[in-house]
Design a protein around this ligand. Structure first.
Ligand SMILES: *Cc1c(COP(=O)(O)O)cnc(C)c1O
Length: 377
């Protein structure tokens, strides 16, 4: 279903609706379900079932998932959180929200992801958590570092905003024992409109996130209907996922196998089309295991190519300007050579499920010409 009349290759990203989402929202509204309700709980249940985990806790966004996960892992002031600079600014803002200190680290420039070694090199006595970012959909399990991190009491909180449905080896992201955070924002692999999900490591952690998302109130909505008071057990936020958003997510989940196949197929089409181009490095998302979220290249002529393609109406983008260079995060700046180079060279090609093979051909042909005129061949 095309949502606008614009040619599909003019957009960098775009939600893809299968058509059932509208009816699902109407059904929720007609049933009087607006805020947190049994529809939200059904969505949680279905996500847990999809992943094969005991529980999943829905929140309003991926940022809220990261925020509540950090709180549930007892991360706060005076503690340091290791995080790649190469991520969406939301990851960093969640760390600031709990009052912790940011320790930026570099990434492997071929994957844009952290490695066990890069993480372990940054660990100090004040490290409370590490947030690997599963960039572009590529799983980063840190399994080689987990034992030592566990021994040192350092939580692994996955920013899996890009990686719903991806696998680490045979294991779905969310099932390797980390505290995992998904985003179901408009352009993510699965969308609720806006939404997020925390995959807790224990029933206690699940309870904590449920309390945090409901203003610190402990009882469930059902229990509250039958009592004259409620108990505020601690700090809390207004982070429950509405039934309206959950209904969209439920409808999307029914089609997730198609989503995964389509995204992998489009990524393969790009890979084959890009292969003959000189001077282009494709960022490796491990497509055999990932549900790709992005299709990115590295080129030293990024700025010229970006301008040229935009001038032709092609929806290229940049994910992301490095966070350690952002004014808001300057206090934690440190030189990160690989990230800075990626920040100068990375280009995200249009990547979403409205694309056709012809669109991809249009993009890659224009890219080839832009590279030539930039002197990149
Ligand atoms: C989208 C995104 C988030 C935040 O998710 P929202 O649902 O937009 O709050 C966090 N990290 C990364 C890497 C993202 O792409």
């Amino acid at each position: 279903m095309t949502t606008t009349a614009r040619p599909d290759h003019t957009r960098n990203a775009s939600p893809y609706l299968y058509g059932q989402e509208t009816a699902a929202v109407a059904q929720a509204l007609q049933g009087g379900q607006y805020g947190h309700s049994h529809v939200t709980e059904e969505f949680e249940h279905r996500i847990a079932e999809f992943l094969g985990v005991p529980d999943a806790v829905a929140v309003t966004s991926g940022t809220a998932a990261l925020h509540t996960a950090l709180l549930a892992a007892d991360v706060g002031p005076g503690m340091e959180v290791i995080v790649p600079s190469m991520t969406f600014c939301a990851t960093i803002q969640a760390i600031l929200a709990v009052g912790a200190t940011v320790r930026f680290i570099d990434v492997d420039p071929t994957t844009l992801c952290v490695t066990d070694q890069l993480v372990m090199d940054a660990v100090t006595d004040t490290t409370a958590a590490v947030i690997p970012v599963l960039f572009g959909g590529r799983a980063v399990d840190l399994l080689g570092a987990r034992q030592e991190l566990n021994q040192r009491g350092i939580a692994v909180i996955e920013d899996a905003a890009h990686a719903f449905g991806s696998r680490s080896g045979q294991h779905l992201v969310g099932t390797t024992g980390a505290l995992t955070c998904f985003s179901f924002g408009p352009i993510k692999n699965l969308t609720c409109g806006q939404g997020g999900m925390v995959i807790p490591r224990s029933p206690e952690e699940a309870d904590t996130v449920r309390r945090l998302r409901l203003l610190g109130v402990q009882e469930s909505q059902g229990e509250r209907a039958n009592i004259t008071t409620y108990r505020v057990g601690g700090f809390g936020l207004r982070y429950q996922l509405s039934a309206i958003n959950a209904a969209i997510g439920l409808a999307q989940l029914d089609h997730f196998a198609t989503t995964a196949d389509t995204r992998r197929h489009l990524w393969h089409v790009y890979r084959d089309a890009l292969a003959p181009l000189d001077g282009v490095v494709l960022v490796d998302v491990d497509v055999d295991h990932a549900v790709p979220h992005l299709c990115q290249i590295l080129t030293p002529h990024r700025d010229q190519v970006f301008a040229e393609l935009r001038a032709q109406g092609i929806g290229v983008g940049v994910h992301y300007p490095p966070n350690h260079l952002q004014p808001a995060f300057a206090a934690w700046h440190r030189p990160l050579p690989a990230t800075e180079q990626v920040g100068r060279e990375v280009l995200s090609l249009p990547f979403h499920q409205h694309l056709t093979e012809k669109d991809i051909d249009t993009v890659v042909t224009a890219l080839g010409q832009a590279l030539k005129s930039a002197g990149g061949s």
